[in-house]
Design a binder for this molecule. Structure first.
Ligand code: EPU
Length: 418
């Protein structure tokens, strides 16, 4: 088991380049199952979720090779299995995208229920509703979702909740269905757009991604032969923005789409942090007096739930009392007990964290309870007095490429230890 050891108290300074988006790539690699020929995917982040997905595709019979460090070529022509077993998917929440992709390709799929981060009940009823509307019969048997359709036929689906996963999954199943599928109340997240752009580049006909109505005209096959570059990771970008502000540093976060992270920039400005925005970068200049703020997480373009735990660390250092209301997940507050061990004053009432600003945090052994909670612990360690040990960093490795390497380049004192 590895851990991070962080000596806090150093402002982050310099430039950091953001990698490809985790939540895009974990959908686009399975989407390649729908492509009959070869496709090339650029800007692949080096994270463990990607490694797991590559192994799953190889197990299914695809040819997957790195052309260089961050360019992957996938040829799914010889995939001969529609089954993803528990052993293959147990540590990967996004394995649910295998359902839509395999169903779209084979009209049949058997996929074990997903693993991944645990922050409350994570239903897939909207995914299933979409698959059924397209004509699939869905059964859950001994933890395996079994899907089968004689034909997949386009239809109109109204999503009861705005779901990233269900929107993408239905899109995957619909691209090779017969006729027109319309998804209403769709998720507008940038990675939904990225998946649609990837599929369109391969020959699909998807319009409206990025709005709440997506129209997918089915095509008989996706020829591939082209390449697609993954969008920058807005959550990684946001994590570095918060880390820069919390350490009272001065960091240029490069290779991003600033629009994707506007909800955070606006909040940081409200907190008195200086933000300078360029075409593909944001510069964050920390201040001594951080103002309190109230945040509510919402579907995009609202404040992202995945930045809730990191931002709470910043609010711990603000003047006065702030609140964070979690609007997406039932339970995303496991990080609170860990932060309290470092001197934070946080009370949780239902879905609201009430955060009273403190003078300082003090280093302590803490654990990452999930991916973004792990990022929050690292930021807490960077600002705390003394040493912080962060355990369970395998969660962090799932979604952040070289986090400690990038932080070290910005002047942090952080090492990875067995
Ligand atoms: N929901 C349902 N039924 C469904 C699906 C979702 O009720 O069938 C509910 C969920 O319980 C939740 C809300 O809808 O309350 C939103 O869930 P969504 O489906 O959008 O989440 P997801 O697709 O499972 C993705 C990201 C998460 C991120 C959420 C919200 C991926 C692989 N994961 O999850 O990212 O928190 O969207 O933005 O894209 C992370 O990166 O750390 C992470 C957890």
């Amino acid at each position: 088991m590895e851990k991070f050891v962080i000596t806090g108290g150093r402002p982050l300074e310099g430039e950091v380049s953001i990698s490809g988006a985790k939540n895009s790539v974990v959908a686009i690699i399975p989407a390649a199952i729908l492509v009959d020929g070869q496709c090339t995917i650029e800007n692949i982040p080096d994270i463990s979720d990607v490694k797991i997905l590559i192994n799953i595709l190889r197990d299914l019979g695809a040819e997957v090779n790195f052309e260089d460090k961050d360019t992957l070529s996938i040829n799914s022509q010889h995939i001969n299995s529609y089954t993803a077993t528990y052993d293959m998917v147990k540590s990967l929440r996004a394995s649910y995208y295998l359902m839509g992709a395999l169903l779209g390709r084979f009209k049949k799929a058997e996929v074990s229920l997903p693993g991944g981060c645990d922050f409350g009940f994570r239903p897939i009823d909207q995914h299933i509703k979409g698959f059924e509307a397209l004509g699939a019969k869905v059964k859950i048997d001994h933890g395996i979702v079994k899907l089968e359709a004689e034909r997949l036929v386009g239809c109109q689906i109204y999503m009861d909740v705005v779901s990233v996963g269900a929107t993408i999954n239905i899109m995957l199943a619909a691209v090779r269905a017969e006729g027109l599928t319309i998804i209403e109340n769709a998720s507008k997240e940038p990675h939904v757009v990225d998946v649609a752009n990837f599929l369109n580049a391969m020959g699909a006909n998807i319009k409206g991604a990025g709005t709440d109505v997506i129209k997918i005209k089915g095509v008989s096959s996706l020829a591939g032969g082209t390449s697609h570059s993954i969008i920058p990771d807005m959550i990684e970008a946001g994590t570095f923005m918060v880390a820069a502000a919390a350490t009272r540093g001065d960091v240029i976060i490069k290779n991003i789409i600033p629009k994707h992270i506007e909800s955070l920039s606006a909040k940081l400005i409200e907190m008195n942090v200086e933000i300078q925005e360029g075409g593909d970068y944001v510069r964050v200049i920390g201040v001594d007096e951080i103002e309190k703020a109230n945040i509510k997480t919402l579907p995009y373009p609202g404040f992202p739930t995945d930045l809730h735990p990191p931002t709470s660390v910043l609010l711990c250092l603000a003047k006065g009392t702030s609140t964070v209301t979690e609007g997406i997940w039932d339970s995303r507050f496991q990080y609170v007990d860990e932060l309290k061990r470092m001197g934070a004053k946080i009370k949780v009432e239902g879905r609201v964290a009430i955060i009273e600003g403190v003078e300082k945090l003090s280093g302590a052994p803490v654990k990452a309870t999930d991916l973004r909670a792990g990022a929050a612990m690292v930021i807490a360690g960077l600002v705390a007095e003394g040493d912080t040990e962060v355990y369970n960093i395998n969660y962090i490795d799932r979604g952040y490429e070289d986090l400690e390497v990038k932080l070290k380049r910005l002047g942090a004192k952080i090492i990875r230890k067995e």
